[in-house]
Design a protein around this ligand. Structure first.
Ligand code: G6P
Length: 367
Protein backbone atom coordinates (compact mmCIF):
# COMPACT_ATOMS: atom_id res chain seq x y z
CA UNK A 1 0.00 0.00 0.00
CA UNK A 2 1.12 3.59 -0.62
CA UNK A 3 2.14 5.35 2.54
CA UNK A 4 1.25 9.03 2.58
CA UNK A 5 2.45 11.97 4.63
CA UNK A 6 -1.08 12.88 5.71
CA UNK A 7 -1.17 16.34 7.25
CA UNK A 8 2.63 16.46 7.58
CA UNK A 9 5.17 18.21 5.42
CA UNK A 10 7.76 15.42 5.58
CA UNK A 11 7.81 11.71 6.40
CA UNK A 12 10.34 12.45 9.12
CA UNK A 13 7.94 14.86 10.79
CA UNK A 14 5.09 12.37 10.53
CA UNK A 15 7.31 9.64 11.99
CA UNK A 16 8.38 11.87 14.89
CA UNK A 17 4.75 12.56 15.75
CA UNK A 18 3.79 8.87 15.44
CA UNK A 19 6.07 8.01 18.35
CA UNK A 20 3.53 8.04 21.21
CA UNK A 21 1.49 5.47 19.25
CA UNK A 22 4.29 3.21 18.01
CA UNK A 23 6.16 3.26 21.32
CA UNK A 24 2.86 2.21 22.90
CA UNK A 25 2.37 -0.59 20.35
CA UNK A 26 5.93 -1.88 20.78
CA UNK A 27 5.66 -1.68 24.56
CA UNK A 28 2.31 -3.42 24.85
CA UNK A 29 3.54 -6.39 22.85
CA UNK A 30 5.92 -7.17 25.74
CA UNK A 31 4.49 -5.34 28.76
CA UNK A 32 0.87 -6.01 29.56
CA UNK A 33 -0.62 -2.86 31.18
CA UNK A 34 -2.95 -5.00 33.31
CA UNK A 35 -0.37 -7.24 34.95
CA UNK A 36 2.26 -4.48 34.78
CA UNK A 37 5.09 -6.94 34.14
CA UNK A 38 7.21 -7.71 31.11
CA UNK A 39 6.37 -11.03 29.41
CA UNK A 40 8.67 -12.02 26.57
CA UNK A 41 7.51 -14.67 24.12
CA UNK A 42 9.34 -17.98 24.46
CA UNK A 43 12.63 -17.25 22.69
CA UNK A 44 14.30 -20.47 23.75
CA UNK A 45 16.99 -18.43 25.55
CA UNK A 46 17.81 -18.84 29.24
CA UNK A 47 18.45 -15.25 30.28
CA UNK A 48 19.67 -16.34 33.72
CA UNK A 49 22.70 -18.08 32.18
CA UNK A 50 24.20 -15.62 29.70
CA UNK A 51 27.86 -14.89 30.38
CA UNK A 52 27.99 -11.76 28.26
CA UNK A 53 25.80 -9.94 25.77
CA UNK A 54 27.63 -8.58 22.73
CA UNK A 55 25.60 -5.91 20.93
CA UNK A 56 26.46 -4.91 17.40
CA UNK A 57 24.72 -2.42 15.09
CA UNK A 58 25.23 0.58 12.82
CA UNK A 59 24.22 4.23 12.93
CA UNK A 60 21.30 5.12 15.12
CA UNK A 61 20.69 1.44 15.99
CA UNK A 62 24.20 1.37 17.47
CA UNK A 63 23.25 4.21 19.82
CA UNK A 64 20.22 2.19 20.95
CA UNK A 65 22.71 -0.57 21.80
CA UNK A 66 24.87 1.85 23.79
CA UNK A 67 21.89 2.84 25.92
CA UNK A 68 20.90 -0.80 26.38
CA UNK A 69 24.37 -1.41 27.86
CA UNK A 70 23.64 1.08 30.67
CA UNK A 71 20.31 -0.66 31.33
CA UNK A 72 21.60 -4.25 31.24
CA UNK A 73 24.51 -3.38 33.50
CA UNK A 74 22.60 -1.30 36.03
CA UNK A 75 19.34 -3.20 36.28
CA UNK A 76 20.29 -6.75 35.30
CA UNK A 77 23.96 -6.72 36.45
CA UNK A 78 24.64 -8.30 33.06
CA UNK A 79 28.05 -7.74 31.44
CA UNK A 80 27.62 -6.19 27.99
CA UNK A 81 29.90 -5.17 25.15
CA UNK A 82 28.70 -2.88 22.37
CA UNK A 83 30.42 -2.26 19.10
CA UNK A 84 29.87 -0.71 15.70
CA UNK A 85 29.20 -3.65 13.38
CA UNK A 86 31.78 -2.58 10.76
CA UNK A 87 34.46 -2.68 13.46
CA UNK A 88 33.25 -5.76 15.27
CA UNK A 89 33.03 -7.94 12.15
CA UNK A 90 36.74 -7.57 11.36
CA UNK A 91 38.20 -7.38 14.85
CA UNK A 92 38.37 -11.10 15.50
CA UNK A 93 37.15 -10.53 19.04
CA UNK A 94 37.21 -13.61 21.25
CA UNK A 95 33.68 -14.49 22.34
CA UNK A 96 32.76 -16.14 25.61
CA UNK A 97 31.01 -19.45 26.14
CA UNK A 98 27.27 -19.04 26.80
CA UNK A 99 27.40 -15.62 25.18
CA UNK A 100 24.49 -13.92 23.48
CA UNK A 101 24.96 -11.85 20.32
CA UNK A 102 22.33 -9.12 20.07
CA UNK A 103 21.89 -7.36 16.72
CA UNK A 104 19.78 -4.24 16.36
CA UNK A 105 18.60 -3.12 12.93
CA UNK A 106 15.57 -1.26 11.62
CA UNK A 107 15.80 -2.74 8.14
CA UNK A 108 17.28 -6.10 9.09
CA UNK A 109 19.39 -5.80 5.94
CA UNK A 110 22.45 -3.73 6.90
CA UNK A 111 25.41 -5.68 5.53
CA UNK A 112 27.88 -4.92 8.33
CA UNK A 113 25.36 -5.92 11.00
CA UNK A 114 24.53 -9.11 9.10
CA UNK A 115 28.24 -10.00 8.80
CA UNK A 116 28.78 -9.24 12.49
CA UNK A 117 25.92 -11.63 13.22
CA UNK A 118 27.54 -14.34 11.08
CA UNK A 119 30.85 -13.87 12.90
CA UNK A 120 29.15 -14.21 16.30
CA UNK A 121 27.37 -17.32 15.08
CA UNK A 122 30.67 -18.88 13.98
CA UNK A 123 31.94 -18.11 17.49
CA UNK A 124 29.12 -20.17 19.00
CA UNK A 125 27.01 -17.33 20.30
CA UNK A 126 23.24 -17.57 20.60
CA UNK A 127 21.87 -15.02 18.14
CA UNK A 128 19.04 -12.67 19.07
CA UNK A 129 18.03 -9.85 16.78
CA UNK A 130 15.83 -6.83 17.22
CA UNK A 131 14.41 -5.69 13.89
CA UNK A 132 11.58 -3.62 12.52
CA UNK A 133 11.26 -5.79 9.40
CA UNK A 134 10.72 -9.41 10.42
CA UNK A 135 11.06 -10.79 6.88
CA UNK A 136 14.68 -9.64 6.64
CA UNK A 137 18.09 -11.33 6.33
CA UNK A 138 19.10 -10.52 9.91
CA UNK A 139 15.86 -11.95 11.30
CA UNK A 140 16.15 -15.07 9.11
CA UNK A 141 19.66 -15.89 10.32
CA UNK A 142 18.88 -15.37 14.02
CA UNK A 143 18.00 -18.01 16.61
CA UNK A 144 15.38 -15.69 18.05
CA UNK A 145 13.83 -12.40 16.95
CA UNK A 146 12.20 -9.51 18.74
CA UNK A 147 10.27 -6.98 16.67
CA UNK A 148 9.72 -3.28 17.01
CA UNK A 149 6.26 -2.21 15.89
CA UNK A 150 7.33 1.12 14.44
CA UNK A 151 5.64 0.43 11.10
CA UNK A 152 7.40 1.41 7.87
CA UNK A 153 10.00 4.15 8.36
CA UNK A 154 10.43 6.19 5.17
CA UNK A 155 12.58 9.13 6.30
CA UNK A 156 16.24 8.21 5.83
CA UNK A 157 17.14 9.64 9.25
CA UNK A 158 15.84 7.16 11.80
CA UNK A 159 13.40 8.44 14.44
CA UNK A 160 10.58 6.14 15.49
CA UNK A 161 12.66 3.03 14.79
CA UNK A 162 15.14 4.26 17.42
CA UNK A 163 12.63 4.99 20.18
CA UNK A 164 10.83 1.70 19.59
CA UNK A 165 14.21 -0.10 19.72
CA UNK A 166 14.82 1.58 23.09
CA UNK A 167 11.37 0.52 24.25
CA UNK A 168 11.93 -3.15 23.44
CA UNK A 169 15.49 -3.11 24.81
CA UNK A 170 14.17 -1.67 28.09
CA UNK A 171 11.69 -4.58 28.28
CA UNK A 172 14.50 -7.03 27.53
CA UNK A 173 16.65 -5.50 30.28
CA UNK A 174 13.77 -5.89 32.74
CA UNK A 175 13.17 -9.50 31.72
CA UNK A 176 16.89 -10.22 32.04
CA UNK A 177 16.99 -8.59 35.47
CA UNK A 178 14.15 -10.78 36.66
CA UNK A 179 15.76 -13.93 35.22
CA UNK A 180 19.04 -13.09 36.94
CA UNK A 181 17.34 -12.25 40.23
CA UNK A 182 18.94 -8.81 40.27
CA UNK A 183 15.77 -6.77 40.75
CA UNK A 184 13.13 -6.95 43.48
CA UNK A 185 9.42 -6.96 42.71
CA UNK A 186 8.82 -3.40 43.91
CA UNK A 187 11.58 -1.94 41.74
CA UNK A 188 10.48 -4.01 38.76
CA UNK A 189 6.93 -2.72 39.18
CA UNK A 190 8.16 0.88 39.45
CA UNK A 191 10.28 0.64 36.29
CA UNK A 192 7.48 -1.12 34.40
CA UNK A 193 5.12 1.65 35.44
CA UNK A 194 7.61 4.30 34.28
CA UNK A 195 7.75 2.55 30.90
CA UNK A 196 3.97 2.34 30.64
CA UNK A 197 3.80 6.12 31.10
CA UNK A 198 6.32 6.84 28.33
CA UNK A 199 3.81 7.22 25.46
CA UNK A 200 1.90 9.91 27.38
CA UNK A 201 5.12 11.69 28.41
CA UNK A 202 6.45 11.56 24.84
CA UNK A 203 3.22 13.19 23.67
CA UNK A 204 3.84 15.99 26.21
CA UNK A 205 7.36 16.52 24.89
CA UNK A 206 5.98 16.88 21.35
CA UNK A 207 4.04 19.91 22.60
CA UNK A 208 7.36 21.79 22.64
CA UNK A 209 7.47 21.70 18.86
CA UNK A 210 6.99 25.47 18.46
CA UNK A 211 9.60 26.35 21.10
CA UNK A 212 12.08 24.02 19.46
CA UNK A 213 11.41 25.55 16.05
CA UNK A 214 12.35 28.95 17.50
CA UNK A 215 15.58 27.54 18.93
CA UNK A 216 16.31 25.98 15.53
CA UNK A 217 16.16 29.47 14.00
CA UNK A 218 19.27 30.26 16.09
CA UNK A 219 20.90 26.95 15.42
CA UNK A 220 20.68 27.18 11.62
CA UNK A 221 23.35 29.91 11.64
CA UNK A 222 25.89 27.70 13.42
CA UNK A 223 28.82 26.02 11.73
CA UNK A 224 29.43 23.59 14.59
CA UNK A 225 27.17 22.34 17.38
CA UNK A 226 28.23 20.38 20.44
CA UNK A 227 25.91 17.93 22.24
CA UNK A 228 26.63 16.83 25.80
CA UNK A 229 25.14 14.16 28.05
CA UNK A 230 26.11 11.81 30.86
CA UNK A 231 25.26 8.21 31.63
CA UNK A 232 22.44 6.85 29.49
CA UNK A 233 22.00 10.35 28.03
CA UNK A 234 25.50 10.34 26.57
CA UNK A 235 24.31 8.17 23.64
CA UNK A 236 21.38 10.59 23.25
CA UNK A 237 23.93 13.38 22.75
CA UNK A 238 25.57 11.21 20.08
CA UNK A 239 22.21 10.64 18.42
CA UNK A 240 21.37 14.36 18.58
CA UNK A 241 24.62 15.21 16.81
CA UNK A 242 24.08 12.48 14.21
CA UNK A 243 20.53 13.68 13.44
CA UNK A 244 21.75 17.25 12.93
CA UNK A 245 24.63 16.18 10.66
CA UNK A 246 22.45 13.86 8.60
CA UNK A 247 19.72 16.28 7.66
CA UNK A 248 20.96 19.86 8.22
CA UNK A 249 24.61 19.28 7.14
CA UNK A 250 25.81 21.28 10.14
CA UNK A 251 28.88 19.77 11.74
CA UNK A 252 27.98 18.42 15.17
CA UNK A 253 29.67 16.30 17.81
CA UNK A 254 28.23 14.37 20.70
CA UNK A 255 30.42 14.12 23.77
CA UNK A 256 30.26 12.66 27.24
CA UNK A 257 29.86 15.77 29.41
CA UNK A 258 32.79 14.80 31.63
CA UNK A 259 35.08 14.39 28.65
CA UNK A 260 34.55 17.94 27.38
CA UNK A 261 37.52 19.29 29.26
CA UNK A 262 39.74 16.81 27.43
CA UNK A 263 39.30 18.49 24.09
CA UNK A 264 36.06 19.96 22.81
CA UNK A 265 36.12 22.82 25.32
CA UNK A 266 38.80 24.31 23.07
CA UNK A 267 36.15 24.81 20.38
CA UNK A 268 33.78 26.81 22.51
CA UNK A 269 33.05 30.43 21.70
CA UNK A 270 29.85 32.45 21.23
CA UNK A 271 29.30 30.89 17.80
CA UNK A 272 29.06 27.27 18.98
CA UNK A 273 25.69 26.28 20.44
CA UNK A 274 25.94 23.55 23.08
CA UNK A 275 22.94 21.29 23.56
CA UNK A 276 22.98 19.76 27.05
CA UNK A 277 20.76 16.82 28.04
CA UNK A 278 20.71 16.82 31.82
CA UNK A 279 17.72 15.72 33.88
CA UNK A 280 17.92 16.38 37.64
CA UNK A 281 19.42 13.43 39.47
CA UNK A 282 22.63 12.13 41.03
CA UNK A 283 24.81 13.25 38.10
CA UNK A 284 23.16 16.63 37.64
CA UNK A 285 25.66 18.70 39.64
CA UNK A 286 28.51 17.28 37.61
CA UNK A 287 26.88 18.25 34.33
CA UNK A 288 25.84 21.64 35.75
CA UNK A 289 29.53 22.28 36.46
CA UNK A 290 30.32 21.46 32.82
CA UNK A 291 27.58 23.89 31.77
CA UNK A 292 29.19 26.61 33.92
CA UNK A 293 32.53 26.01 32.21
CA UNK A 294 30.87 26.42 28.83
CA UNK A 295 29.05 29.60 29.83
CA UNK A 296 32.23 31.07 31.30
CA UNK A 297 33.75 30.76 27.82
CA UNK A 298 30.86 32.56 26.17
CA UNK A 299 29.15 29.38 24.95
CA UNK A 300 25.42 29.47 24.20
CA UNK A 301 23.76 26.64 26.12
CA UNK A 302 20.50 25.00 25.14
CA UNK A 303 19.58 23.18 28.34
CA UNK A 304 17.16 20.27 28.13
CA UNK A 305 16.12 19.27 31.62
CA UNK A 306 13.16 18.99 33.99
CA UNK A 307 11.73 21.71 36.25
CA UNK A 308 14.19 20.91 39.04
CA UNK A 309 17.24 20.98 36.74
CA UNK A 310 16.10 24.20 35.08
CA UNK A 311 15.56 25.83 38.48
CA UNK A 312 19.11 24.90 39.43
CA UNK A 313 20.98 25.72 36.21
CA UNK A 314 18.60 27.27 33.70
CA UNK A 315 19.30 30.95 34.51
CA UNK A 316 22.37 31.33 32.38
CA UNK A 317 21.24 29.12 29.52
CA UNK A 318 20.38 30.83 26.23
CA UNK A 319 17.40 28.49 25.82
CA UNK A 320 15.71 25.86 27.98
CA UNK A 321 13.41 23.02 27.02
CA UNK A 322 11.53 21.68 30.03
CA UNK A 323 10.66 17.99 29.94
CA UNK A 324 8.46 16.17 32.44
CA UNK A 325 10.28 14.62 35.41
CA UNK A 326 10.59 10.85 34.92
CA UNK A 327 12.45 7.90 36.37
CA UNK A 328 16.05 8.08 35.04
CA UNK A 329 15.46 4.64 33.50
CA UNK A 330 13.16 6.06 30.81
CA UNK A 331 14.85 9.46 30.40
CA UNK A 332 16.69 8.47 27.15
CA UNK A 333 13.32 7.85 25.48
CA UNK A 334 12.06 11.34 26.31
CA UNK A 335 15.26 13.26 25.65
CA UNK A 336 15.46 11.83 22.12
CA UNK A 337 12.45 13.86 21.01
CA UNK A 338 14.01 17.34 21.31
CA UNK A 339 17.07 15.98 19.45
CA UNK A 340 14.88 14.91 16.54
CA UNK A 341 12.84 18.12 16.47
CA UNK A 342 15.89 20.38 16.69
CA UNK A 343 17.48 18.62 13.73
CA UNK A 344 14.21 18.54 11.81
CA UNK A 345 13.40 22.24 12.18
CA UNK A 346 16.99 23.31 11.54
CA UNK A 347 16.99 21.30 8.31
CA UNK A 348 13.60 22.67 7.22
CA UNK A 349 14.77 26.24 7.88
CA UNK A 350 17.92 25.58 5.88
CA UNK A 351 15.83 24.12 3.07
CA UNK A 352 17.57 20.75 2.81
CA UNK A 353 15.91 17.59 1.53
CA UNK A 354 14.86 16.31 4.94
CA UNK A 355 13.52 12.89 3.92
CA UNK A 356 16.27 12.16 1.37
CA UNK A 357 19.47 13.78 2.63
CA UNK A 358 22.32 13.90 0.14
CA UNK A 359 24.70 10.91 0.04
CA UNK A 360 22.69 8.84 2.55
CA UNK A 361 20.71 5.63 2.05
CA UNK A 362 17.95 4.19 4.19
CA UNK A 363 19.64 0.80 4.37
CA UNK A 364 23.27 0.13 3.51
CA UNK A 365 23.15 -3.35 1.99
CA UNK A 366 26.46 -3.29 0.10
CA UNK A 367 29.88 -2.41 1.45
C1 G6P B 1 21.61 3.95 7.56
C2 G6P B 1 20.42 4.83 7.92
C3 G6P B 1 20.40 5.09 9.42
C4 G6P B 1 20.41 3.76 10.18
C5 G6P B 1 21.58 2.88 9.75
C6 G6P B 1 21.42 1.46 10.29
O1 G6P B 1 22.79 4.68 7.78
O2 G6P B 1 20.49 6.06 7.22
O3 G6P B 1 19.24 5.83 9.77
O4 G6P B 1 20.48 4.02 11.56
O5 G6P B 1 21.64 2.75 8.35
O6 G6P B 1 20.31 0.87 9.68
P1 G6P B 1 19.52 -0.37 10.25
O7 G6P B 1 18.44 -0.65 9.24
O8 G6P B 1 20.50 -1.50 10.37
O9 G6P B 1 18.97 0.02 11.57
Amino acid sequence: AMIGKGEYRHFMQKEIFEQPAVIGDSLHSFLDPLSGTVQLPDLGIDFSAISRITISACGTAYFAGLIAKYWFEQIARQPVEVDIASEFRYREAPMPESGLGLFVSQSGETIDTLEALRYAKRCGQTILSLVNVPESAIARESDAVLQTLAGPEIGVASTKAFTTQLTVLACLALATARARGSIDAAREAALSQALLEVPARVAEVLNHDTTIRMIAADMMEARDVLYLGRGSLYPIALEGALKLKEISYIHAEGYAAGEMKHGPIALIDEDVPIVVCAPAGPLFEKTAANVQEVIARGGKVILISDAEGIARAGDEAAHVIELPPVDPFVAPLLYTLPMQLLAYHTAVLKGTDVDQPRNLAKAVTVE
